[in-house]
Design a protein around this ligand. Structure first.
Ligand SMILES: *Cc1c(COP(=O)(O)O)cnc(C)c1O
Length: 398
């Protein structure tokens, strides 16, 4: 008997999402409307920020943030090599130079001491990533940034709902960016959100996402329909003050986001429950290192990433991954180090050995199936598969 496939991730869409999307489709207003505004308010409130600026992806949000801070050629930006590629690519997109620092092997976020040591006269910002939804050290990075009068940008794309010492993800830096790709805690299909207390950054992001239109046009409430569908151009609609983009989020995507945000507490709780199932099932496997959640930290579970003990090699991890896939269990090698991606090596001369902790971790990590509807029985199937596969790896190594 073949086991039913257990996917790596799966969005959680209910009647509420369907109703709001349908209502939006029937409203006749498919872009620049009340849903985007509502979604911005909900995400800003969740992260205790004054402004939210919805964009069409986390990646475009990061780009707009760097541009709003005037970061460009000649500037250095400090970030982690152990992340999804977008958290470093945004630095290249604006022509600045990424400066990687090694990670703390416990939390998998940047080691704060190394962040401070990497600051030079050319450092303009720190991009701090809440890896896999863990907000550890965010307060430390913020203090370092304040001390050196540089900006801290929170790439909180993986951390909606996480808290550190009672403060929510998105609130630690001068500005934060969330992402809503379908494997994230909440999804809009594609989408992202810039959150900040800084009105200048919010206004600039609004202008840049909307073809460089003048700021006042981007500040107020929803403009009248004829202004956005190409009827009589009113006021400043056809004025473009800077090189901008179309990074807008559609009303349809935003409607999905509004429904998901209304269910956020329920979604986060379900994910915590699934994480608890994994902790209980996998705790007895001595070859696996499970996520560490430090005191004062509430994870927002983005994925459930485990790693093999330090004595294992990448090839053994890869065999565990293929073994899981053969049994239709979704898994991925989150994350290969960014500095070892081919174009980073070519362009900057990065080589293996430069960030040994991140590299060692990256060779042994893999993500397990993780979504809101994962059952205890499925977690047990994954646990059994791991027991067998890692047992075999033990034999081949002995
Ligand atoms: C998901 C993610 C992003 C943004 O991804 P998009 O697919 O562009 O929305 C950025 N940084 C990190 C760390 C992410 O996990």
């Amino acid at each position: 008997m073949s086991v039913k496939e257990i996917p790596l991730s799966r969005p959680d869409i209910t009647d509420l999402e369907e109703q709001l999307v349908l209502r939006t489709l029937r409203s006749g207003r498919l872009s620049i409307g009340p849903m985007v505004e509502q979604f911005e308010k909900l995400v800003a409130a969740q992260s205790q920020c004054r402004y939210g600026v919805a964009v069409n992806s986390g990646t475009s949000g990061l780009q707009l943030v760097l541009q709003s801070l005037n970061i460009g050629p000649g500037d250095e930006v400090i970030t982690t090599p152990f992340s999804f590629i977008a958290s470093a690519n945004c630095i290249l997109t604006v022509g600045a130079t990424p400066v990687f620092v090694d990670i703390d092997p416990v939390t998998l976020n940047m080691d704060p001491a190394r962040v401070e040591a990497a600051i030079t006269r050319r450092t303009k910002a720190i991009i701090a990533v809440e890896t896999f939804g863990n907000p550890a050290h965010m307060d430390a990075y913020a203090q370092i940034a304040a001390r050196h009068e540089i900006a801290m940008i929170e790439d909180c794309c993986e951390a909606l709902g996480a808290t550190l010492k009672g403060r929510p993800a998105g609130h630690f830096g001068r500005v934060g960016v969330f992402g809503f790709y379908p494997n994230k805690q909440i999804t809009t299909g594609e989408g992202g959100m810039v959150v900040t207390d800084d009105s200048r950054i919010a206004e600039m992001c609004r202008s840049l996402r909307n073809q460089g239109r003048p700021l006042p046009a981007n500040l107020g409430a929803t403009p009248p329909l004829e202004q956005v569908v190409g009827g009589t151009p009113m006021g400043s609609w056809l004025r473009h003050e800077r090189l901008g983009y179309n990074f807008r989020l559609s009303e349809i995507n935003a409607a999905l986001g509004v429904a998901q945000m209304r269910r956020l507490d329920e979604i986060l709780q379900k994910r915590q429950d699934v994480a608890n199932l994994y902790f209980a099932r996998l705790a007895g496997n001595p070859h696996l290192i499970l996520p560490t959640v430090l005191p004062g930290t509430t994870m927002s579970w983005f994925v459930f990433v485990v790693r093999l003990a330090p004595s294992y090699r990448a090839e053994e991890r890869d065999r565990v991954i293929s073994g899981l896939r053969r049994q239709d269990i979704g898994t991925a090698d989150y994350f290969p180090c960014i500095h070892l991606q081919p174009f980073y090596q070519e362009r900057f001369g990065f080589r293996p050995g430069m960030f040994p902790i991140a590299e060692s971790v990256a060779q042994r990590t893999f993500a397990l199936p993780f979504h809101n509807h994962l059952t205890a029985a499925e977690v047990d199937i994954v646990g059994q598969a791991l027991d067998v596969l890692i047992g075999q790896e033990n034999l081949t190594r002995a």
